[in-house]
Design a binder for this molecule. Structure first.
Ligand SMILES: Cc1ncc(COP(=O)(O)O)c(C=O)c1O
Length: 437
């Protein structure tokens, strides 16, 4: 049982006084250090990590020794190369290798520092390449919190309230099979029809819409996996209307689903990909990768001081080397661990009324909590208590969507800790369910 002491309470008190409030309200976790499957708080309590620290540490908390060594070695050479104005080999080499992981035809990269920036860059690229200005994104989407990407984000009003207006954005329906009365195919068709018959015919024509942004699996929105048909049809609509398709791989990409690109699970290719989070192995980096055929940007039209930062690139390069060298083993680990977790999740769904849905691809999994399975009314407080109790029993979890908990352990987690984590999660669900079955 985790005990929270004076040190933790004191740091949280000071945080509340000095820091602008963000989202640190789930439980009193003051992180001090981490290694492999574990994170430790300021009191020395040990936790199993099922969050990868918001989808970043795919190979264990604080990255692996290979990534850390690369950063340490780079510190003494050069940290900031002013890649905006000067040339430097490391970012070029990294971009060449990153393009090597992309489908054929991708050949230009813009480097930045975060997911939101990678999406800002994609918005600008879509506009300059098409000379059109409107962007379509989806309800439930999270593309970031800077003003361009926040316009695309439509996951919670709290994230947008008071920050608008957000011009030239239109939101369309994202198919959520769990909450649709009908088959997954009907759910997909309904969403595509809305885009084609309402948006494209009644609101903004294909002469105005530059791009459609999509998360192959909606992340912050609740780990919602769209039907394959929807993504296939979306590609068709984009092609027929000369609209660019942008895949936001910031959360779902970089091996979490067992594939380098999450969109590959759906058998289609986008025109622009954005990546961040796990890409830097723990250091801040964003990348926007476009098809060579789209062209280049005019000199001076887009740049940023810190894009191509050598510490971030050193980490990202070491991480990419690790991925390339261990591709087969990583894919196998994702497959086997997915099989184990899905088996446990399906059992939870069968055994507990509050577990409404379990879903995901690879190691990007979630359970959605409901008051009862028939009404599917979101069980928000219950979800929060389950995450909290798990925390006090030594398991780190994060919420997603209205009433879901995401389960994103490191790909390299040991089977023993995966099992322990699932046991803690089940115990919390069991005690929340007591007297409610
Ligand atoms: C799909 C997706 N896109 C973009 C972002 C924004 O990334 P960042 O927080 O690095 O700006 C996130 C962050 O959670 C995300 O999940």
């Amino acid at each position: 049982m985790i005990k929270i002491g004076r040190k933790t309470n004191d740091i949280i008190k000071r945080d509340k006084k000095i820091m602008f409030t963000t989202t640190r309200e789930h439980f009193p976790f003051v992180v001090a250090k981490g290694n492999g499957d574990y994170a430790y708080d300021a009191e020395g309590n040990r936790f199993i990590d099922f969050t990868t620290f918001i989808g970043v540490y795919s190979f264990g908390v604080n990255a692996n020794s290979e990534i850390r060594s690369a950063v340490k070695a780079q510190v003494d050479r050069l940290m900031h190369p002013a890649f905006l104005d000067f040339y430097s080999e490391l970012p070029v080499k990294f971009s060449e290798d990153l393009v090597g992981m992309m489908p054929r035809g991708f050949g230009r990269v813009f480097l930045s520092n975060s997911g939101t920036e990678a999406n800002e860059d994609a918005i600008k690229l879509a506009r300059i390449f098409t000379r059109k200005s409107y962007i379509v994104s989806f309800y439930g989407a999270f593309h970031g919190r800077s003003l361009g990407s926040l316009g695309l984000t439509a996951a919670k009003t709290a994230q947008r309230e008071n920050f608008g207006p957000f011009p030239n954005v239109v939101h369309s329906i994202f198919p959520n099979p769990y909450r649709y009365e009908g088959t997954p195919e009907e759910c997909a068709t309904n969403a595509i029809e809305h885009l084609e018959k309402n948006i494209l015919k009644k609101e903004y024509s294909n002469r105005e819409i530059a791009a459609v942004f999509i998360e192959p699996i909606q992340g912050e929105g609740g780990y919602i996996v769209p039907p394959k048909l929807f993504i296939k049809e979306l590609r068709r609509v984009c092609d027929e209307n000369s609209i660019l398709l942008v895949s936001d791989e910031v959360q779902a990409g970089y091996m979490k689903t067992g594939k380098f690109l999450a969109l590959d699970n759906f058998g289609i290719t986008a025109d622009i990909y954005t990546m961040a989070k796990a890409l830097g192995g723990g250091l801040p980096i964003g990348a926007t990768i476009a098809k060579t055929s789209l062209g280049d940007t005019p000199s001076g039209s887009h740049a940023g001081t810190f894009g191509g930062n050598l510490l971030a690139i050193a980490a990202a390069q070491a991480s990419l080397n690790y991925v390339k060298r261990n591709m087969k083993s990583l894919q196998l680990q994702v497959k086997e661990k997915n099989r184990y977790m899905m088996k446990r999740l399906v059992e939870l769904q069968e055994n507990y009324e509050i577990v409404g849905d379990v879903r995901g691809i690879g190691l990007m999994l979630a359970a959605e909590f409901v008051k009862n399975k028939r009404t599917k009314e979101p069980a928000v407080k219950e979800r929060d208590r389950i995450a909290e109790q798990s925390f006090y029993n030594g398991l780190l979890l994060l919420p997603a969507g209205d009433s879901s908990i995401r389960l994103i352990p490191p790909i390299t987690i040991s089977k023993e800790n995966l099992e322990k984590g699932m046991d803690i999660f089940e115990d919390a669900i069991k005690s929340e369910s007591k007297g409610k079955a």
